[in-house]
Design a protein around this ligand. Structure first.
Ligand code: FAD
Length: 308
């Protein structure tokens, strides 16, 4: 019941001000976010990669409404990729981008502005020896994001994208994307979507996730399993074995600060385990989606309001 309320709050400026101003918010935010700036992000990357984990970095920001802010997001990624290249971290750390932060939602020319910005980031990523993955946002953006993926892959074939099993269209998207060289992160989906386009029942979302996993594991691309769900992880391992995939022919991905013991366990088993590390000052929308996903995260947050 609380999930939809929190998802609505994740888009409210009023709630943003209230949550950000609460003195107890920061320690809880720090559990999910690797600092406000590049310095914090790099120190987290060093620590995770020296521990045998891989990383994808997200410079937080979304729903940009002017071109200057979209360009500023691009520049933040360019600085990040320069830093990764300088430290030789490109082998183990890539970047994830939200195209809405690159201008995709701008009313005039948003698609082309986002493409131009992300193209520069993809060039910098290639130069740093690493890749870009396009996060997926609400369903109105999927066509534009997948078209940008196709464009980028012509020159940067390692560019990946995310698909969300809650959307009815996603099995078809998986079929098309399960092609040689294609990197696809499969997630359940984190936005509030209408019943006309998405499964509303969690069990249906899970069933669709397994159908998509089968398509990706049996296809010719590189599946990236973005989930903390023990059932999905076990099924993915089983499907990988049946498809004749060795460790490293696919990878697991989890969010920074969530199920860290399980991240360690999978890495120790020899699985490729990548941690999605968000950083930056614009943490509100990301943080609220994490609270919406799991009552225990919300309880952790609310408990921090209780003194003593
Ligand atoms: P859920 O369905 O939330 O939970 C299933 C089970 O997993 C739970 O019952 C529990 O057993 C276990 N579990 C889940 N969370 C925890 C926890 N905190 N502690 C202990 N056990 C837990 N969504 C998008 O819409 N677009 C994106 O681009 C996107 N990128 C993502 C990238 C990564 C690397 C990951 C991991 C997720 C991403 N998501 C994205 C979010 C995703 O869509 C889901 O909202 C989120 O992952 C929750 O679904 P789940 O499969 O992890 O498990």
């Amino acid at each position: 019941m609380l999930g939809p309320v929190l998802l609505a709050a994740s888009r409210s400026d009023r709630m943003r001000r209230i949550v950000a101003a609460a003195p107890v918010t920061r320690p809880v935010v720090d559990r999910f976010i690797a600092g406000d700036d590049l310095r914090g992000a790099l120190s987290t990357v060093r620590s995770l990669t020296s521990d045998g984990l891989e990383v994808t970095l997200d410079h937080l920001g979304e729903d940009v409404t002017d071109r200057a802010t979209a360009n500023a997001t691009r520049d933040a990624y360019l600085r990040l990729l320069d830093a990764l290249a300088a430290e030789g971290l490109g082998k183990r750390a890539e970047v994830s981008v939200k195209l809405s932060a690159f201008g995709q939602a701008l009313p005039v020319g948003g698609h082309d502005i986002a493409l131009e910005n992300v193209r520069q980031v993809a060039e910098a990523a290639t130069a740093a020896g690493t890749t870009v993955t396009l996060d997926m946002e609400d369903h109105t953006t999927v066509d534009s994001t997948l078209a940008i993926l196709d464009d980028l892959r012509k020159e940067h074939p390692g560019t990946g994208a995310v698909v969300q099993s809650y959307l009815f269209r996603t099995e078809d998207d998986c079929r098309r994307l399960a092609a040689p060289g294609s990197r696809v992160r499969l997630v359940k989906g984190a936005y509030k979507e209408p019943a006309s386009v998405a499964h509303q029942d969690k069990r249906e979302v899970d069933r669709a996730y397994v159908r998509c996993l089968k398509i990706l594991m049996n296809g010719a691309g590189y599946p990236m399993i973005g989930s903390h769900d023990p059932r999905m992880i076990a099924i993915a391992q089983d499907l990988a074995t049946r498809a004749g995939r060795a460790h490293g022919d696919y990878e697991f991905q989890m969010l920074y600060g969530i199920r860290t013991a399980e991240q360690r366990r999978l890495a120790d088993e020899g699985e490729r385990m990548r941690i999605y590390v968000p950083y930056g000052a614009d943490w509100y929308g990301y943080f609220m989606r994490r609270l919406a996903e799991r009552p225990a995260n919300l309880a952790f947050f609310l408990r921090s309001f209780v003194p003593g």
